[in-house]
Design a protein around this ligand. Structure first.
Ligand code: FES
Length: 151
């Protein structure tokens, strides 16, 4: 990990980068922003770790916990809600045996996250699976896709 972080630090110094780009690189390389990584770059760059955590918690694009290999994003905006997204979310979480306070399965295979309107209301309810948008999804399609990704 240190080798990766050293490369990110070198880029930051060379390109007079900003904290957001450092965090983006860390997340791209390590899948999430680990405390260990933040403390490492903070010390090497002589920038307080609190500044990194401040930026990381401000932007929803950053994740402070490890994320799954497969990301299932379920829209819970108004249009999707009206079309039954709450049931889709509950059933998906149940299928993946996620505890109420967890988004990522214990085996690290899936992360299920909820988002507000993704801007595709005409095809509600919407699921985004590994960055691919699926519209008018029903629970059977969703569970089938999850099974395919599990195998
Ligand atoms: S509410 Fe789900 S896409 Fe708009």
């Amino acid at each position: 990990m240190e080798e990766v972080l050293d490369r990110i630090i070198d880029d930051f110094v060379k390109n007079e980068g900003n904290l957001v780009s450092v965090l983006q690189h860390i997340q791209d390389e390590l899948n999430y922003i680990s405390e260990e990584a933040v403390y490492y770059v903070s010390e090497r760059l002589n920038i307080p770790a609190g500044k990194f955590f401040g930026v990381a918690t401000f932007y929803s694009q950053f994740y402070l916990k490890p994320r799954g290999k497969n990301i299932v994003t379920l829209c819970c905006g108004t249009a999707c809600h009206v079309k039954g997204s709450a049931k889709l979310i509950d059933r998906t979480r149940q299928e993946l045996q996620l505890a109420s306070d967890e988004e990522t399965t214990k085996d690290g295979n899936f992360t299920v996250e909820k988002v507000a309107c993704v801007g595709a209301c005409s095809i509600a309810p919407v699921a985004i699976i590994n960055k691919k948008v699926h519209g008018k999804v029903n629970i059977n399609q969703l569970l089938k896709k999850i099974k395919e990704l599990s195998s």
